[in-house]
Design a protein around this ligand. Structure first.
Ligand code: FAD
Ligand code: SF4
Length: 672
């Protein structure tokens, strides 16, 4: 029971209303629990019918992935790629940073550690980042749970190898029933999983369970690439051209195109309509065919025992009991938008809410921030942190993209942004030496290119060092602004150049990243040692991150990716001068993108020494604290994280209910 609560007492408080929190809330209210969701952001503008959102999107000069869809006035402070070309840090705020804080020498030519920016971001709004996601819904494969078997040298990844493992504390086979349950909940379309990737399932050799709904239809572009790869019977060696990797054994890997499973409906379901293919999934699905967490939030709030949702309320920290074992509740700060100052301002004092069980579901950056901001009697490390691992081992899926202009029209800009993939490099013995990766065939032309051609807002493609018109003419696609403003095209010439975008291809490879202790998020301090705070006076995240790791795991993978991309373009008979391959130079920083997949900062494991939570997402240090989301991932795999986030939420709810029953908390409450 709580001490001096200033508001109501709940069975469960859930911090964050993204998919992790919303799914848990829906399940808990169905079991009769008294649930409160505390959410940093506000309601997205007309979240249900989306006409105003669509107007914002249509009115924005940029139609690229960072185009706005709901007003800033409902977003809690967040990393905002829209405000800065490098994704995050250009905006001229007084300290030169945009929410993520970096010290002044960070990622400059003078930075002694040659660090990189963390290019992934999230939405702090009711429903969280599923407003903005692509809906790709890929399960992890069995070998992803047992990465230690590859024999990777972990001594360079951590300062304490004896308390560090690349294995998950559970196997694929243990999580599969929860994957399947979550797929039913979200509405997932997909062909049966690729059997080759599941062959390493050691304990029980059952076939992987199918997805509940048939796959979305592959695009014309997908079919052309499939045809080309089949005709050539394209097989690629695991070796990396011109790179000697000691101990790397030769494997022949045949390239196949498979369909991408999505949390996007291929059939109408539960009053939601099937996808009608508008290719704007990121940033906005206007129809609701793509799942977003408001679906489960809505259900949790419509229940006869509705969940309470407190919005525009940023949880600052947890309150613990006197011996620091039990979480009593959370402290949160309400805010409102000041239209004149165009900022968020505190709305009243800090509020305390108490609960029997607290669930953090605030994502890979904000979960550790809440823990680190929490005072623990007799400790300076923050809550749930006896392992010292909170905030550490931050991971993403670094992206390497390649672009080309095909020899014939492939008609992109129809259907979801990706309908097919090449997933043959998701597993193999090479994973001892370099990251596995998965290649998405993009249906949105060059839209994810920095220039966002043809619909993006960047006007100066001619300033791009890769832009070389050359003897084959001015084939490089530009945004409409670029073509008109810089290249001065109009009339038939402009039309001809725009029609070229029918030939755009982007191959987007995202690779796994090893957990490295020196990649972390901490409470931000300026060089004078002062806290760096947000508009509400809450300490902001400071990031330390390098894409390149001490084993060259990502660097070598990037080299292999570029090699595979070039072979796919070659199979399509695209001349080299119409390909843009972004090779990296040895000794130079890597050219990479962020996936929005923020993992690893409250890792799960087998003991309180080697992890923050156990395999039920329960804190080792505080029995009544659960942590949901991809922050609990010990390794990143090649799977987009949300399928595993959702499966783990379902698993954790079982553990929460078990604990509540065992402790008789419900019975006790009923009798008071
Ligand atoms: C552009 C983009 C594309 C993506 N595409 C895919 C994809 O195709 N497939 C895939 O699997 N994944 C994808 N992802 C990742 C996916 O969006 C996330 O894995 C997923 O949304 C995480 O859900 P979550 O509930 O754990 O966290 P979030 O969605 O981040 O939700 C956390 C919630 O907590 C709230 N919150 C944060 N801090 C506090 C606080 N202090 N107090 C109170 N509330 C707080 C936030 O406002 C938010 O609502 C993508 C991400 C991005 C950015
Ligand atoms: S293609 Fe259109 S309808 Fe389909 S999920 Fe994407 S945005 Fe929604």
């Amino acid at each position: 029971m709580s001490l001096n609560p200033t508001t109501e007492h709940f069975d469960v408080i859930i911090v964050g209303s993204g998919v992790a929190g919303a799914l848990a809330a829906d399940r808990l209210v169905k079991k009769g629990k008294n649930v409160c969701i505390i959410e940093a952001g506000g309601y997205a503008t007309d979240e249900r019918n989306r006409d105003r959102m669509l107007d914002y999107y249509v009115g924005s000069p940029s139609k690229a992935t960072d185009a706005p869809f709901c007003g800033d006035e409902v977003l809690a402070e967040q990393p905002n790629p829209r405000r800065s070309p490098d994704g995050l840090n250009i905006e001229k705020l007084p300290d030169g940073a945009n929410y993520y804080y970096y010290p002044p020498d960070y990622a400059t030519p003078n930075d002694p550690q040659k660090r990189d920016k963390f290019l992934s971001y999230y939405e702090r709004v009711v429903g969280g980042s599923t407003w903005h996601w692509q809906g790709i819904y890929v399960r992890m494969i069995p070998s992803d749970f047992t990465m230690s078997d590859f024999g990777i040298d972990t001594s360079k990844l951590t300062s304490d190898p004896s308390n560090f493992s690349l294995n998950w504390p559970l196997l694929y086979s243990e999580l599969e029933p929860d994957y399947v349950a979550a797929e039913q909940e979200l509405g997932v379309s997909g062909d049966p999983p690729n059997e080759r990737l599941y062959r390493s399932q050691r304990r029980d050799r059952k076939r992987p369970q199918p997805y509940p709904m048939p796959s979305l239809v592959p695009s014309y572009l997908d079919r052309k690439i499939t045809q080309a790869l089949r005709q050539k019977r394209l097989t690629v060696s695991s070796e990396i051209p011109k790179v000697q990797v000691q101990g790397l054994s030769h494997e022949d890997i045949a390239l196949n195109v498979t369909t991408v499973p999505h949390a996007i409906l291929s059939h109408d379901k539960d009053g939601r309509q099937a996808c009608d293919g508008r290719t704007s999934c990121v940033p906005l699905c206007p129809t609701g065919a793509r799942y977003d967490a408001t679906i489960h939030l809505w259900r949790a709030r419509q229940n006869h025992n509705p969940a309470k949702l407190i919005t525009q309320a940023v949880v600052k920290n947890l309150k613990l009991d006197d011996d620091g074992r039990r979480v009593l509740g959370v402290n949160y700060q309400k805010w409102r938008w000041d239209d004149q100052k165009r900022t968020r301002v505190a709305d009243g004092d800090l509020v305390y809410a108490s609960a029997d069980i607290v669930v953090l579901a605030a994502n890979g950056i904000e979960n550790p921030m809440i823990l680190l901001r929490t005072a623990v009697p007799g400790k300076t490390t923050g809550a749930a942190n006896s392992s010292g691992m909170v905030g550490k081992y931050l991971m993403d899926h670094p992206i390497k993209q390649s672009y080309a202009v095909a020899n014939e029209d492939l008609f992109p800009f129809r259907g979801p942004q990706t309908t097919s993939q090449i997933e043959d490099f998701r597993d193999g013995k090479f994973r001892k030496h370099y990251s596995a990766f998965k290649i998405s065939l993009k249906n949105d032309g060059w839209m994810t290119n920095a220039a966002g051609a043809p619909r993006g807002s960047t006007a100066n493609v001619t300033g791009n060092p890769l832009y070389k018109p050359g003897e084959d003419g001015d084939w490089w696609p530009g945004t409409i602004l670029d073509l008109v403003t810089n290249r001065k095209y109009s009339g038939a010439k402009l039309r001809e150049k725009l029609v070229r975008s029918m030939r755009h291809i982007t191959l987007n490879a995202a690779c796994e990243q090893l957990p490295v202790e020196t990649n972390y998020v901490v409470l931000a301090k300026d060089p004078q040692g002062n806290d760096v705070t947000d508009e509400l006076g809450i300490i902001r995240p400071q990031i330390n991150y390098k894409v390149d790791d001490p084993l060259g795991y990502v660097r070598n993978s990037f080299k292999k990716i570029v090699d595979v991309h070039a072979k796919v373009f070659e199979a399509l008979a695209i001349k080299p001068q119409f390909q843009v391959l972004q090779s990296d130079n040895d000794g130079q920083p890597l050219n990479y993108g962020g996936s929005g997949h923020i993992m690893g900062t409250t890792r799960m494991g087998t003991t309180a020494k080697n992890s923050v939570v156990n395999k039920d997402c329960q804190s080792w240090d505080h029995d009544n604290l659960f942590i949901l989301g991809s922050s609990v991932f010990p390794t990143s795999s090649t799977a987009n994280p949300t399928s595993t986030v959702a499966a783990l939420s379902i698993r954790a709810v079982r553990a929460i209910l078990r604990q509540m029953t065992e402790q008789g908390t419900l019975t006790a409450k009923r009798t008071t």
